[in-house]
Design a protein around this ligand. Structure first.
Ligand SMILES: C[S@@+](CC[C@H](N)C(=O)[O-])C[C@H]1O[C@@H](n2cnc3c(N)ncnc32)[C@H](O)[C@@H]1O
Length: 229
């Protein structure tokens, strides 16, 4: 996740009521929201805070807002995922949202797909440090895995415009499964250009939903679309 790439998809600046990253991450609200996943997710946030910039995973501006912009933003996708089966996170980068999903839903198998070696090295370290047996890291572009595996749902965040994402991700989704992606507020503009490729997979108009992980934290736009054929 390059800070500038991610920032381009979200409006800049945290909402006024949101406490700074550390206060938010340690708050009772966030602890209650994450429940048993809290310790693992907090450990991951600390790893990102400590090494994320140095290892080119996160921009310096992101450090104070890791919880709000990245961890909780990623967590917002979880209620829209299946409760069992396999999910692939395409272009996982630093592990967002895939690592957060795997920590919050230990019953899901999560495949992190990422082409860059230094990022897959980081992801492998995170998996071992957090002891998350439900994650597999696969190095490569999503397109390289077409025909190699199929999952119940794919997630992705800050990877590509919708039409390109559908082309790269839908072949990895089983018929009847879903793409559930985190997007910026302007996603409505991406729907029309994606219509033709969506038709190819028997998919209708995507649902655009608002995910609010924790009260007071900015809502996240989530786009959900089913593969029909
Ligand atoms: C801006 S980063 C976002 C990373 C992470 N999802 C996040 O939200 O922080 C985009 C990531 O997508 C990866 N990527 C680019 N093209 C890809 C492809 N065809 N298949 C899988 N991943 C890809 C990049 O290597 C990069 O790590």
């Amino acid at each position: 996740m390059e800070g500038s790439d991610v920032a381009a998809q979200w409006d800049s600046g945290a909402s006024a009521e949101v406490p700074d990253g550390e206060t938010l991450g340690a708050s009772d609200t966030v602890r209650a929201y994450l429940g048993e996943a809290y310790d693992g997710v907090a450990h991951y946030a600390e790893m990102l805070r400590g090494q994320g910039e140095l290892r080119g995973l996160i921009g310096p501006r992101e450090i104070p807002r890791i919880w709000e912009r990245h961890i909780l933003n990623s967590a917002a996708v979880v209620p829209y995922l299946p409760t069992s089966g396999t999910v692939a996170d395409i272009g996982s980068g630093a592990g967002l949202p895939g690592v957060v999903v795997a920590a919050m839903r230990p019953e899901l198998e999560v495949i992190l797909v990422e082409p860059m070696e230094r990022r897959t090295t980081w992801l492998t370290e995170v998996v071992s440090e957090l002891e998350l047996p439900n994650i597999q890291v696969k190095r490569g572009r999503a397109e390289e895995f077409h025909g190699a595996f199929e999952v119940d749902a794919v997630t992705s965040r800050a990877v590509a415009a919708l039409s390109k994402l559908v082309r790269m991700s839908m072949p990895l989704v089983r018929v009847g499964g879903e793409m559930v992606i985190l997007k910026g507020r302007n996603v409505a503009q991406e729907i029309e250009p994606a219509r033709k490729v969506l038709q190819k997979y028997g998919s209708g108009t995507p649902d655009v939903l608002e995910g609010v992980p924790v009260e007071g934290v900015e809502a996240t736009t989530i786009v959900r679309v089913r593969r029909g054929k």
